[in-house]
Write a protein that binds this ligand. Structure first.
Ligand code: GLU
Ligand code: ZN
Length: 299
């Protein structure tokens, strides 16, 4: 089977050490895969720009520039989610026509007051469309799944069952398409076979699996790498203003990211250029050496 991997950043900020780890892991897992015809996997970039209020102007272009500076070259045209909205609309309509979704007017505070997990309050009510979110009728709740990296007991990775079974939002009250809907649509659209990303997306995986099942599509295979956190337990993220990585000096960050991923680069590699570092990393990628941890403290 041809391997198709992807990195799907949201342009809410620049590439930082945390997102470099995800990009690198996904790239290496794709490129280390050699199929029966002796071809490497295909690595794609998808810019998840469907949340304009959280977008930082110029971030999409800057992320692409950084990926190139770090030797992470993609194989097909970049896909921008902002250009896919008509397709998301079709998918939403299909789900509605098949009675797999419903309108909900509950506020976040309402859900919190009801225990924090949405219990399908609006499922059987005839809610008007205006000022409503749309929720998926979640008939699956795949709270246990195979994860290429994190598998725990019984060779399955576990997520919170109640969260996995929740009727989650696929279209937001403010009119924007929800991440879960767009990500599943585009993983199908782009023929993605393997998703390697950070453990901050473990819980959403359960939801995405439900959506794949609702659509009768087979999901990609998932693997979640540990999240880089600071000493006070915060994840490195754009929201937390993690410092951008330095495009002019990619070597130290690349080596640090490889060490973070358990790849043990030889010390002399630091003196090499980016192309040689990436070549070494691809030739020597051992997915099994990535720590089976949800987080790793990097300070
Ligand atoms: N766009 C999401 C983010 O930057 C990641 C999506 C994904 O990898 O599924 O957090
Ligand atoms: Zn509701």
């Amino acid at each position: 089977m041809p391997y198709r991997g992807r990195f799907a950043p949201s342009p809410s900020g620049l590439l930082h050490f945390g997102s470099l780890i995800s990009a690198l892991a996904s790239f290496l897992d794709t490129k280390a895969h050699i199929d029966a015809n002796n071809n490497q996997g295909t690595w794609l970039i998808r810019i998840e720009d469907i949340d304009p209020p959280r977008e930082q102007p110029g971030a999409s272009a800057a992320i692409l520039t950084s990926l190139e500076a770090f030797g992470l070259h993609w194989d097909e045209e970049v896909l921008y989610q902002s250009q896919q909205t008509e397709l998301y609309r079709h998918l939403l309509d299909d789900l509605q026509q098949n009675n797999l979704s419903y309108y909900c007017q509950c506020s976040r505070a309402d859900v919190k007051a009801l225990g924090g997990i949405y219990q399908g309050h609006c499922r059987s009510l005839d809610k008007p469309q205006s000022n409503s979110a749309i929720r998926l009728i979640n008939r699956f709740g795949h709270y246990q799944f195979n994860d290429l990296i994190q598998n725990e007991t019984l060779n399955k990775t576990q997520c919170d069952k109640a969260l996995a079974e929740e009727d989650f939002i696929i279209h937001r009250k403010d009119g924007l398409f929800a991440y879960q809907l767009a990500v599943v649509h585009d993983d199908i659209f782009q023929g993605i076979t393997h998703v390697i990303r950070g453990c901050d997306l473990l819980e959403p995986t359960a939801r995405q699996l439900s959506l794949f099942s609702s659509l009768n599509k087979s999901p990609p295979i998932y693997g979640h790498v540990p999240l880089a956190v600071t000493s006070n337990g915060y994840k490195l993220s754009k929201q937390n203003k993690a410092p951008a990585i330095d495009n002019d000096q990619p070597q130290p960050a690349l080596i640090a990211a490889l060490e973070f991923l358990g790849q043990q680069p030889p010390p002399a590699l630091l003196q090499e250029n980016v192309i040689d570092i990436i070549k070494w990393a691809t030739d020597n990628w051992l997915r099994g050496n990535v720590p089976k941890l949800k987080e790793i403290n990097i300070e």
